[in-house]
Ligand binder design. Structure first.
Ligand code: ZN
Length: 384
């Protein structure tokens, strides 16, 4: 016997009672069948409801041949009348996402002659795939129209037309449906075959926000959020921007410009740092002139700084210039022989002996080691 689907008669039904017809142990718990239910099973891109039956947690709900199975944490008594309570926040969120998706898809598919070829309601965002290229500007235009439609608070219409009536209805459908077709119409925005639960009026969607629109297969994949979930997301990003604004002492709409300015300042500082380093490295190179093999320890330097110092010293010392920059057991190194003599064997032994990684060619090698200053010095004493 098919389960009576109370969620179709009243999608806002949060509590109900039903008679337990069967309760069977399954892999993930107990599969409970009632004579009627307000629990929506997973389907049409909309996830299953959760809640409780007779005080027992309902973890998942699915449908097979018109019968709805509630996967419960514990068994319930067959023949008993149990109270069903939906996790309403979860269900209403699904209705906001689902109805919002219909409104946006209806508007987009009509404007850009495309189809919605994928729909997934994830725990974080909702993704929709369209089989045509849609630019970010076009997406935002459709978003605005979808929100205007939401503000207009249009009542939605759900009908079960006959096969004959269906022929004269222009509706979107992801696949050929063989059973009784349920048409969900958002008048003026969308008309689509759908088995999901929807809000009663477009205003209940609250808002639609497109988060991204990226090339996917032969079209685009959009990430969207609707209703409270969209508000929560936007509130979080707003908090983030507010924190950035406070750190930079600028107004909310000036954060991007302020970051750009900081970037410019940072780049200028890096150029100046390089100039100062070069002066310092020239002094060190002059000090080490003619000393043969040289090993130098420096505090932290950027990787290209380590190489530039080895380069400067290597040109004057007349032997191998080994530069180690860092502290403790973490050093970046650069080895250089200005005469271009092969140092690959030395580098190999250094990597083995000093727990390092790195390499190079033509008399230059770069890498890092996990050894302290004494161990590094002992290694070079052995290898000189
Ligand atoms: Zn749908």
């Amino acid at each position: 016997m098919e389960t009576e689907k109370l969620y179709y008669a009243d999608p806002f039904l949060k509590n109900f009672t039903g008679k337990v017809l069967s309760c069977d142990a399954v892999k993930s718990g107990w599969a409970v069948v009632l004579d009627r239910t307000a629990f929506y099973p997973e389907g049409g891109g909309q996830p299953a409801d959760q809640g409780s039956l007779g005080g027992v947690n309902v973890l998942d709900v699915h449908e097979k041949d018109g019968v709805i199975f509630h996967i419960c944490e514990k068994p319930v008594e067959i023949g008993e009348i149990v109270a069903g309570i939906l996790n309403w926040a979860r269900r209403f969120d699904h209705m906001q996402q689902h109805s919002g998706e219909h409104i946006l898809s209806g508007i987009l598919c009509e404007a850009y002659y495309c189809d919605n070829v994928g729909f997934h309601m994830g725990a974080d965002t909702v993704t929709i795939d369209y089989n045509t290229d849609i630019s970010w500007g076009q997406a935002l235009e459709a978003e605005q129209r979808a929100n205007d439609y939401i503000y207009a608070d249009v009542p939605i219409e759900i009908t079960y037309p006959s096969r004959e009536e269906l022929k004269s209805i222009d509706y979107r459908s992801k696949k050929e449906l063989t059973e009784q077709i349920r048409i969900v119409r958002f008048p003026g925005a969308d008309c689509c075959a759908c088995c999901g639960t929807h809000v009663l009026r477009s205003g209940q969607v609250g808002l639609v926000k497109i988060l991204s629109c990226q090339k996917f297969r032969d079209g685009v994949r959009m990430e969207i959020l609707c209703g409270r979930r969209a508000l929560d997301f936007l509130s979080k990003t707003w908090e983030q921007n507010r924190a950035v604004g406070r750190r930079l002492s600028v107004k909310l709409f000036d954060t991007a410009a302020a970051v750009e300015r900081l970037e410019g300042e940072l780049n200028a500082a890096k150029v100046q740092q390089t100039q100062l380093e070069d002066q310092l490295f020239a002094c060190i190179a002059a000090e080490q002139a003619g000393k043969g093999n040289v090993i130098l320890f420096q505090p932290f330097l950027r990787p290209d700084g380590v190489r530039r110092l080895a380069d400067a010293v290597g040109r004057t010392c007349g032997g191998l210039a080994a530069v180690f920059a860092g502290e403790g057991r973490q050093y970046q190194y650069a080895l250089l022989r200005a005469d271009g003599e092969d140092i690959s064997l030395l580098v190999k032994e250094l990597n083995t002996g000093l727990k390092g990684r790195g390499g190079g060619r033509n008399g230059l090698a770069q890498g890092s080691v996990q050894s302290d200053k004494a161990e590094i010095e002992a290694f070079f004493k052995q290898h000189s």
